[in-house]
Ligand binder design. Sequence first.
Ligand SMILES: C[S@@+](CC[C@H](N)C(=O)[O-])C[C@H]1O[C@@H](n2cnc3c(N)ncnc32)[C@H](O)[C@@H]1O
Length: 250
Amino acid sequence: MTGVGVGPGDPELLTLKAVRVLREADAVFAPTTALDKPSRAAQIAHEATGIEARALVFALDDTGGLTEARTAAWDEAARVVLDAFRGGALRIAFATLGDPNLYSTFTYLAHTVAAVEPGIRIRTVPGITAMQDLAARAGVPLAEGREPLTLVPVAGPDADRALDAVDAALAGTGTVVVYKGGRHLDALVAAVERADRREHAVLGTDLGLPTETIARLARRSATTEPGSGRAPYFTTLIAPPARGQRGGAL
Ligand SMILES: C[S@@+](CC[C@H](N)C(=O)[O-])C[C@H]1O[C@@H](n2cnc3c(N)ncnc32)[C@H](O)[C@@H]1O
């Protein structure tokens, strides 16, 4: 079974290898939150290859941590995949947003499938991540010279701790990227301001989709910021450090 990264949204961001593996697969699956809801990964895979992936339901928007709903979904999805495998689909592909080794449902599915059927080889095809797409589109280098790059997910049952981690990273010398933080937009903007990093920080939502927005935090006025202080789940924040002279971090 191969986890195939399909990038954040733009179908042109699939690699040639991702397209080939999807086309050669005997069965292609993709995650969704409910069978009547579209799967973003399936839509991207379809636009890039014409292939219709079969949607598997995962508790993708469950914020409760390791919940029963999540584990039941992994088990059920693994059962469907194993049925396909035992029915003769030897080359199984699972299309997943961004990269399959970065906060991807594929990790949990692969773990579950391998535990039941150790004979199945697990592989991945890397994909363009949301932070890479946002960096490219906004013209913001993610790291220079000796700068560290810190990616913090602001999600789960203990978001306050995650926000503390954002503050700690912003106090350092490198770029801070925040994933899964849409619900906490006000707190994130405040943290970026406290760290005096608002000028170069960028926020991208729904990258590669018709609803996409890309905005510098410095240019977001009070009127354009969502009144509720929330942004969509598909929101990525990049807050680079202040950079002085060319090559100053070398
Ligand atoms: C479960 S993680 C998936 C990450 C993905 N595997 C990657 O490599 O980028 C979901 C988070 O990734 C970010 N993300 C993924 N796709 C995005 C998009 N199209 N636009 C903005 N952010 C996105 C958001 O921060 C979102 O909350």
